[in-house]
Ligand binder design. Sequence first.
Ligand SMILES: NC(=O)c1ccc[n+]([C@@H]2O[C@H](COP(=O)([O-])OP(=O)(O)OC[C@H]3O[C@@H](n4cnc5c(N)ncnc54)[C@H](OP(=O)(O)O)[C@@H]3O)[C@@H](O)[C@H]2O)c1
Length: 268
Amino acid sequence: MEYITLHNGIQMPAIGYGTWDLRGKECVDCVAKAIQTGYRLIDTAVMYGNEWEVGEGVRKSGIQREDIFLTTKLDHRYASYEKAKKGIDACLKTLQTDYIDLLLVHEPYEEYISMYRALEEAYAEGKLKAIGVSNINQRLYDNLLSVCKVIPMVNQVESHVYYPQLSYQKYLQEKGTVMESWAPFTEGRRRIFQEPVLKKIAEKHQKTVGQIALKYLSQNGIIVIPKTAKEERMQENFSLFDFSLDESDLKEIGKLNGGKSLFGWYEP
Ligand SMILES: NC(=O)c1ccc[n+]([C@@H]2O[C@H](COP(=O)([O-])OP(=O)(O)OC[C@H]3O[C@@H](n4cnc5c(N)ncnc54)[C@H](OP(=O)(O)O)[C@@H]3O)[C@@H](O)[C@H]2O)c1
């Protein structure tokens, strides 16, 4: 397992387990299984309606809470300073934990800056170990940077081989923010597992297409949180750190970049 050090010294796992669309007992069992497979970062959100199940999965895994890096996100229901303050306590309660490793403002709501102020205060109080944003483009990020006290540790955005956002990653890195990818497999919007360029490189390294797609992001300093409900894929997606892509691989994969969001979420 590799880690990325956030600007406050906290070590964040370079790969995590995404939980969007996992519900009920399946979610509890998948989270426990993912942790037993080796994942230490678990990504959830109020919006996913599964925070309680994620908390249960962490407990069921048998791994100590302090060895897990738990991320959640506040959505539109908490879109104000006051509401976000309440939202933080609600997340702690639902996840059944004393602290959250990383809390993000889920989307650029009109009130995202005042929500972030509530996160800064909870960070100072020790309820949150790290704070950040999600789906924030460069203009909104710069606005936040001009007024915040704590530089966001993470910005979680759409990022995959068809829209990796590598120049934005570099920009964020220079400012002290780590980029985290959501939908590293495009959430099914593209036939990524049939992509000829990735297939050729996968054969060369005796790896799978999924591992090549994740490695491309990881090798560019981006944290990945693929979701799978299948045990064998949990293992597959996690096995990223015993090989490297070479310059020619990176160049070939770079040609897949269409320069456009597949979700249409990042218009300036
Ligand atoms: N901040 C945000 O706004 C935001 C938005 C979206 C997602 N997220 C987070 O990012 C995480 C990842 O994104 P995502 O879940 O949307 O999409 P994703 O990880 O790109 O894709 C998940 C899909 O890929 C399949 N899959 C996974 N591993 C595979 C493999 N090795 N081979 C073949 N198929 C594979 C899964 O199917 P099976 O389950 O059947 O394996 C599932 O259908 C989410 O779970 C969530 O935690 C955040």
